[in-house]
Design a protein around this ligand. Structure first.
Ligand SMILES: Cc1cc2nc3c(=O)[nH]c(=O)nc-3n(C[C@H](O)[C@H](O)[C@H](O)COP(=O)(O)OP(=O)(O)OC[C@H]3O[C@@H](n4cnc5c(N)ncnc54)[C@H](O)[C@@H]3O)c2cc1C
Ligand code: SF4
Length: 326
């Protein structure tokens, strides 16, 4: 058994100080992912900094109509005001895990949860993400659940979060706090990194930083959305493909479009190519089909997952059709 220190800081400043003091210190929030990874020998922190008691679990409305959601807000059902203004968020959260896990799991933990690649989670297999330079067992193994976009020769895992896909489509900002109380905000699109040559560098947080909250801009009236999750079984499964679609259609013309994809890339994937096809176009079947084609155009399947490319096209078409109310 590997020993580690455990602390429960009284405030954010103490949490950041503890995290900054050791290179292998890690935040634990709901613990639904990290505890499993530590138990299975995938992660070996020197110090677990348990932020579960900090007052970061509330949602606060902002003067401009947006909302700031604390990093410890559970993945459980949202209150009625949040559900009404951000139905996409509610749909994405409800599609994940089980009620018991959603009650424990937090926003911050969901965004930074580990990949579900089975080789990452079994320390006896080579995995560049877990042990840099060791190789990638998925490349010669079962790649049926792996990525078709944004991969590298070092890692082809998909990011598993449903929440992060919805946050992409809602233009969220992730608020971070670090050493000396320094705070900064980064667009959700910059939180997760593509694997490139360094798949073990999974996110943009600096040493000692933690996620304090997530901010969502106000959604103008008339904006419509849909979260579609396609999976092996109807509940309690990660996405094979998911799509978060947001559309603002005035007089039949698309004024604003967001198309974010899950289950297909090592990070929540915003398809700007699909958005370009839609913005300024009439919302016709042809425009929806062109957007779906554009979303899949750069897909490069692994040996076992060519099915994901066609599935991606169909899911994008269906999510846009639902969001457009057609
Ligand atoms: C059986 C099962 C099914 C699941 N199905 C789904 C699913 O369908 N969809 C889905 O999206 N998820 C799913 N999950 C994943 C689940 O949503 C995550 O385990 C959960 O969201 C993690 O949140 P947590 O608070 O428990 O994080 P923890 O386990 O405490 O932490 C996870 C990671 O985030 C880091 N972290 C946590 N909070 C912060 C913070 N504030 N700042 C910086 N770093 C932080 C930790 O250091 C750790 O690396 C499933 C999990 C299980 C066990
Ligand atoms: S795909 Fe990524 S996470 Fe999976 S074994 Fe390869 S390097 Fe590890």
């Amino acid at each position: 058994m590997r020993l580690f220190h455990y602390s429960r800081p009284r405030d954010v400043a103490e949490a950041v100080t503890l995290l900054s003091a050791e290179p292998d210190a890690r935040v634990v929030a709901g613990g639904t992912d990290l505890v499993t990874l530590v138990r299975d020998g995938v992660r070996a922190p020197s110090h677990l900094v348990d932020i579960g008691g900090l007052p970061l679990d509330e949602a606060e409305w902002l003067p401009d109509g947006g909302v700031r959601i604390g990093a410890l807000h559970p993945n459980a059902p949202l209150d009625s005001a949040l559900r009404e203004r951000y139905p996409l968020l509610a749909q994405a959260l409800a599609s994940g895990a089980s009620p018991q896990i959603r009650n424990m799991a937090t926003f911050g933990g969901n965004l930074l949860q580990g990949v579900r690649c089975p080789y990452f989670r079994l320390p006896e297999y080579a995995c560049n993400r877990r042990d840099p330079g060791s190789g990638c067992a998925a490349l010669d193994g079962d790649s049926s659940h792996h990525a078709v976009l944004g991969t590298s020769s070092r890692c082809v895992a998909v990011h598993p979060s449903d929440l992060a896909v919805a946050l992409q489509a809602l233009d969220a900002t992730v608020r971070l706090v670090g050493r000396g109380g320094r705070r900064r905000g980064i667009p959700i699109d910059e939180l997760h990194r593509l694997p490139g040559n360094t798949p073990h560098r999974e996110h943009a947080l600096r040493h000692g930083e933690l996620i304090e909250s997530v901010e969502l801009p106000a959604q103008p009236k008339g904006r419509r959305s849909h979260y579609l999750k396609f999976r092996d079984r109807a509940s309690f499964a990660f996405a094979l493909v998911s799509v978060a679609a947001v559309l603002d259609v005035r007089g039949g013309t698309v004024r604003h479009a967001r198309v974010a994809l899950g289950g297909v890339a090592p990070k929540p994937w915003r398809s700007r190519a699909a958005e370009r096809e839609l913005t300024g176009a009439r919302l016709t079947d042809a425009a929806v089909t062109a957007a779906a084609e554009a979303a899949a155009a750069e897909a490069r399947p692994q040996p076992d997952n060519a099915y994901k490319v066609e599935l991606l096209r169909r899911c994008v078409r269906r999510a846009l059709t639902e969001a457009g109310g057609r």
